[in-house]
Every structure is written in structure tokens, then in C-alpha cells.
Ligand binder design. Structure first.
Ligand code: ZN
Length: 689
């Protein structure tokens, strides 16, 4: 459960709304796994002109060398490294699963969780029996008043039907954790999937209704009734979509922050029985909460009364079995993949079971598994070396802020204050989570999953009303990602990403600045993007800008919105400049900071950045190649379409090129002439930071 506002370097599972039950964006490649070096000469297409299409130059051979495995939507630097980490975790889990470790020990828990997930013979043999008690609970509902306890129960086992309940920092008092109720309950990735017109959307909606019908049939509904019931469920979800807030609006923190007295919220939405729900879901007693999306709850309140009770029950059954499909007999697992993998993302084959079970163990017992992973793969001085490099990028940001021509001294003081308060988290938590209250049993795939979900839900909700724990991590150590949390004012780099290609000890400094340096700069810049800038040094949603400076900022981000709107994502689909604004700001700022850090580093060592090194490029060119090669990828068109419509990050090609076109330093490093595609006239360039 991530906080409402998490800004990453790369789309995470939640942000892409990749709904595969075993949560597998990455994995399975039949090719032997190797790490890709920071400077990857083999990917460079020397027949391309870097001034015409830099991505083609830096990554033109990548897709030939790394075709997309049949069970993945795309293959890129992130998935390659994740694949490498997956093999590492696989070794740890195979060993743990046969170790006969003492009951209750960490090793027993990860070993039995993994082994029970792997035992598909036992899962198939058990049929629906392990989930029957859950199905019976839904079947027993006789009136609308009985819905609330069941919705609360489903939420506690992470079946996110109807809406969501979570703990999050109070945007306006970052020291405390509060309860948040937010919209949810859609089986398709986002509201527009229900409402957009067009042949591709019509087709996908038809396939989704089919998917619902197939699950109902697997649960014993006769075919005729299943078709009709599925259409009714779809109609209900479409109504939910209509009252949901869109993904562009959701980027504005003010639009998802509405503190209310519980009693007031409850009296406005009587059909939701809010007080009873909060208690049943396991939340500590609260008098107020953030109702992130009030219009949604007003709409849902009406729908709870007007929708046929059987339709609501079918909706819950479908969400339940989709959510647990990997713990159910093969037809359920296949059906879930067929829609969410094959149809939605264009993936031909489901990934190997062991990879899905490694992922599942990582999400259930992330800091147990992560502890072993870190000990084996992130030792020595990795943490201290990375910390020094992060400080260099932060120092560059300090200089950048001072040099800005458009910002007044008053706002600069506040910005410096915020920069100085940022906490760097590197590799893994200083204090590991305690899983002693979680029981994992041998041979109980469903029970283990249910208990792990309850354990996580209780852990999260228990935070409500307590002070914020600033040391906590929201990503597990092997995760290949990085993030910035505006309410924490922290930047986070798990051990998983601090490896080649992103951080390569054998590559030059220049190459590493272009890779991990720009990633660090990206996360830092998130603190000052269109969303992050609204939070102060303590993580509170509080305006610290003068009116003129805010206006100046918006003029500059408008330039980025228009520029990225003009880039094509796939076929006829353009990038959504507003949806991706925060990420594009972070990409542009991030590479500039890496560039500044490279210059400072070279100056301190009296090194030239102009002469070619052994690999045939100058250090300045190596920095840009490092950046470009962060985004080398092979992608399926279905996946590109999905991410262009849901992901706050721009497509990879756009990420590489969109930044260099805004840097005169790139033109100079590669000798491009003004007017070439990667070297627009200076007045057409955008720059925020
Ligand atoms: Zn980001």
C-alpha cells in the first residue's frame, strides 16, 4: 500500500494498474540473464544520427539484442536487472524451502510461503474448497445492510471492491497518520476505460465483460445467466467510473484532500454505514478522516441503494476470485492472465510459476526476504559510496537553485530549506519490520496468502492516529525503482536499483552520472515539480511561494506540457503532457543536476571532459549516452497504449529524447546544428529547473 502521493522513476505495478494477480510486471526471460553494463556499446546504432533521433542512436540495437520474452509486455533495463534480482531471490527461496528451518523462523516463513505457492498439484486438487468460506459469506448476504461488514472483510484481505481504506500522512500535518477513504472498485485500469469511445476501447470492454462471465461460469453460474450477470456488473462499474476522479485531476493534492468529521461523512452517505465499516475493517477509532474523493462517495452511496443486490454480490465474487486467482485451480489462473495479461497488455504467455511465486513472497514477506538479499548482494561499501554520490547531486541542486534567474530570493531561501531537509534513504531500512505475528504454514497456499494480506492490512491501519515513522520504507530492498515522497520529504533508492546498468563500478564516472546520477536528480526534482512544490520542508501541503514565482513556475511547466503533448506515444496516440508533467519535470531537472555534478567532479580532479576516452566518446557524450541508455526498451504496442493512457511517466523513447532537446549542452557535446530534431532553436527549449 503506497501513500497517495508517491513519485517514482519508473511505473510501479500500482501506477500502471497492471492487475495480474501475482503482480508480475517483470520476469521470465528464456535468455540467459546477464547484467547489462553501464556503458553498453552493443546497443548503440552507429548508423543513426544522434542529432536526428538520440534514442535510436543510443538504443537502436537494443530490441534486436533483447527481444521481448513471450511472457512479458516489454523488456527494458529495469526488467533486465529485475530478472537478475529474481534469480538471486529464487536461489534464496529454493534453499529456504528445503531447509526444514525451525517453525516461526524467518527462513521457515519465506520457504513455506514460496513452496506452498509452487505446489500447483495441491492447489488444483483442493478445487474451490479453500475459498469456499469466503464465497459462502457473500452468498449469505440477504439484505443491503449486510453488505458493509462484508466490504470491510474484503478490504482486510486486500480485495479492493467498491473503494479503498488506508493510512496515510495528513497532507497538512505531516507528523501524523490519518485514515483515508478513496475511490476504487474498478476492474479496468482507470475510469476512462469505461467511458472513452473508439474501436479499441469497445473491444477491450467486450473482452472484460467476457472475462467476468467466464469467472461466474467457473463459479457455477449457468452460461446464459453468466452473460447477463456480467453485463450487469459492467453496468455497475461503469456508473462507479462516472463518479470517479480522473487521473490528471488526481495529481493535484488539493483535489484529493478533504478532511471531514466521521459523523458528518457518515450522515451524508448513510448507505455506506461508515462508522461500522471503519470498525469492521480494523481501523482504530477516529473522529475525522480524509475523504479523498467526496463526489465518488456521494455517487457510490446512491448506487448502493439503486443497484440490484445480486449484481453487487456477483461483483464481489468476481473481485474475490480475480484477486486470489493464483491460489485457485488452473482455469481461474488462466482466465485472470488471459484478460489482464494477454488482452490488456498483449503478453502471449503467462510467466513461469516460480517467478510469480518469488514475486508473491516478495510482496508478502518483503523485508524478511530483503534482509537475506541485502546480506548477499549489497554488501561492502555500497551504501556509503551511494550516499556520497547522492550528496553530490544534492549539492548541484543547491547551486542550481542559487543560479535561477526567475526565482526571487525569498522563495529561494524556502527552496534551500526544503532541499536541506530532504532525507536520503539508501539500500535498505535501518530497522527491519517484525513479522513474528504472521503465521505461515506448510502446504497452505490460500491460507498463507489470506493471513499475509490481513497482517499487512492490520499493520497499515494500525498506524492511524500514531506519529509518522520516518524510517519506514515503502519499497522492498530488491525493488528496481526509486521514489520521492512529498509528505515525508525523502528520496529512496532500494538496493535493487543500485546495480548495473544504473550503477556500474566498472563504468566511467560520466556514465554513472548519466545513469544513477540522473535517477537521483529525478527524485530530488520531484520535491520541486508541480505537485512536490506544494509541500514544504516538513512535508506539509503549504504554499511557500511568492505569487510571482508561482506564476513563473507555471509558465515554465506550461512549456513542458505543450512540448510533451506534441510527442507521439504509439500509433495515433500522443503523450498526455498534463498527466506526465511531474515526471517530465523530474527527468529534465534530473539530467541537468547530473550534468552539473559531473562538471563539478571533473573540475575538482582537474580532468578534461572534452577528450575522447578509450571507448571513443568524450565524458560529456558518455553522460548523455548513460541517460539515453537508462531507457533502452522493447515494448509491445498494447503495452505502450496502456501505459500512455495510465502511466504518469512518458514512454521510454520520449524520456530519452524529450530531455536532450531541452539541453543546449547536448547539442554542443554531439556537434548538432540548430534546427536538427534534437537541437531546436533556443526559444523552443523548455526549462524549469
Ligand atoms: Zn518520477
Amino acid at each position: 500500500m503506497s501513500p497517495l502521493l508517491t513519485r517514482t522513476i519508473r511505473c510501479s505495478l500500482a501506477c500502471a494498474a497492471l492487475l495480474l494477480a501475482a503482480s508480475a510486471l517483470y520476469a521470465q526471460t528464456p535468455a540467459p540473464v546477464r547484467t547489462i553494463p553501464g556503458f553498453d556499446k552493443s546497443a548503440i546504432d552507429t548508423t543513426a544520427d544522434p542529432c536526428a533521433d538520440f534514442y535510436q542512436y543510443a538504443c537502436g540495437n537494443y530490441s534486436k539484442l533483447h527481444p521481448i520474452p513471450a511472457d512479458l509486455p516489454s523488456f527494458d533495463q529495469f526488467s533486465n536487472l529485475y530478472e537478475f534480482n529474481l534469480q538471486a531471490l529464487h536461489g534464496i527461496l529454493e534453499k529456504a524451502s528445503t531447509a526444514h528451518a525451525a517453525a516461526g523462523s524467518d527462513e521457515q516463513k519465506i520457504g513455506d510461503y514460496y513452496a506452498s505457492c509452487m505446489d500447483t498439484a495441491a492447489i488444483d486438487k483442493a478445487g474451490l474448497a479453500p475459498i469456499q468460506p469466503e464465497l459462502d459469506r457473500i452468498a449469505a448476504i440477504k439484505s443491503r445492510d449486510e453488505l458493509t461488514p462484508e466490504i470491510a472483510h474484503l478490504q482486510r484481505i486486500s480485495v479492493d471492491a467498491f473503494f479503498s481504506l488506508s493510512a496515510d500522512q495528513d497532507f497538512k500535518d505531516a507528523t501524523r497518520e490519518i485514515a483515508v477513504m478513496d475511490q476504487g472498485g474498478l476492474g479496468l485500469p482507470e475510469k476512462d476505460y469505461y467511458l472513452r469511445t473508439g474501436a479499441k476501447d469497445d473491444e477491450l470492454r467486450g473482452q472484460y465483460v467476457q472475462h467476468i462471465a467466464s469467472l461466474l461460469k467457473l463459479l457455477g453460474t449457468p452460461p446464459d445467466a453468466a452473460g447477463k450477470n456480467a453485463a450487469d456488473v459492467m453496468a455497475f462499474e461503469t456508473e462507479l467510473a462516472k463518479v470517479s476522479l480522473g487521473n490528471v485531476e488526481r495529481r493535484d493534492p488539493d483535489k484529493i484532500y478533504h478532511m471531514q468529521q466521521v459523523t458528518k461523512f457518515a450522515s451524508g452517505t448513510p448507505n455506506l454505514h461508515v462508522a461500522e465499516f471503519l470498525k469492521d475493517a480494523g481501523a482504530p477509532p477516529v473522529t475525522e478522516l480524509n475523504v479523498a474523493t467526496p463526489d465518488f462517495f456521494a455517487g457510490l452511496n446512491q448506487l448502493m441503494a439503486s443497484t440490484n443486490l445480486d449484481t453487487l454480490k456477483n461483483y464481489m465474487r468476481v473481485f474475490l476470485v480475480d484477486s486470489f486467482s493464483s491460489r485457485l485451480p488452473k482455469p481461474f489462473d488462466e482466465e485472470n492472465f488471459d484478460f489482464y495479461g494477454r488482452k490488456l497488455q498483449g503478453i502471449p504467455e503467462q510467466q513461469a510459476r516460480w517467478k510469480r511465486c518469488v514475486n508473491a513472497t516478495d510482496s508478502a514477506l518483503g523485508e524478511v526476504l530483503g534482509k537475506v538479499y541485502v546480506a548477499q548482494y549489497f554488501g561492502g561499501d555500497s551504501k556509503t559510496r551511494t550516499a556520497e554520490e547522492v550528496k553530490e547531486i544534492e549539492a548541484a541542486m543547491g547551486r542550481d537553485l542559487n543560479q535561477l534567474g526567475w526565482m526571487s530570493p525569498a522563495t529561494k531561501v524556502k527552496a534551500q530549506e526544503k532541499l536541506a531537509a530532504i532525507v536520503d534513504k539508501i539500500g535498505y531500512p535501518n530497522k527491519w519490520r517484525d513479522y513474528s505475528a504472521l503465521t505461515i504454514a506448510s502446504g497452505d497456499a490460500m491460507g498463507n496468502s489470506v493471513r499475509a494480506r490481513e497482517f499487512e492490512s492490520d499493520y497499515q491501519l494500525h498506524k492511524i492516529g500514531r506519529p509518522v515513522d520516518k524510517g519506514e520504507w515503502d519499497m522492498t530492498p530488491p525493488t528496481v525503482n526509486a521514489d520521492y515522497l512529498p509528505t515525508m520529504n525523502t528520496i529512496n533508492f532500494p538496493a535493487g536499483i543500485l546495480q548495473p546498468a544504473f550503477y556500474d563500478r566498472t563504468a566511467s564516472d560520466a556514465s554513472n552520472y548519466g545513469h544513477i546520477g540522473a535517477v537521483v536528480g529525478h527524485e530530488l526534482t520531484h520535491g520541486f515539480d508541480d505537485e512536490g512544490r506544494k509541500f514544504d520542508a516538513q512535508g506539509n501541503l503549504k504554499d511557500w511561494w511568492t505569487t510571482d514565482d508561482a506564476k513563473g513556475f507555471e509558465q515554465r511547466t506550461d512549456c513542458l506540457v505543450n512540448e510533451y503533448n506534441s510527442f507521439v506515444a504509439v500509433d495515433d496516440l500522443h503523450v498526455n503532457g498534463k498527466l506526465t508533467l511531474g515526471e517530465n519535470t523530474a527527468d529534465n531537472g534530473g539530467l541537468r543536476l547530473a550534468w552539473m555534478a559531473l562538471l563539478a567532479n571533473a573540475a575538482s580532479k582537474h580532468e578534461s571532459l572534452e577528450s575522447k576516452t578509450a571507448n571513443g566518446y568524450t565524458p560529456k557524450q558518455e553522460l548523455f549516452l548513460g541517460w539515453g541508455q537508462n531507457w533502452c526498451a522493447s515494448e509491445r504496442p498494447e503495452f505502450l497504449r496502456l501505459t500512455a493512457q495510465t502511466d504518469v511517466h512518458s514512454p521510454d523513447r520520449v524520456r530519452a529524447n524529450g530531455v536532450v532537446v531541452n539541453m543546449p549542452e547536448f547539442r554542443q557535446a554531439f556537434g548538432c546544428k540548430v534546427g536538427q530534431p534534437m537541437a531546436p532553436a533556443p526559444e523552443k527549449m523548455c526549462r524549469v529547473w
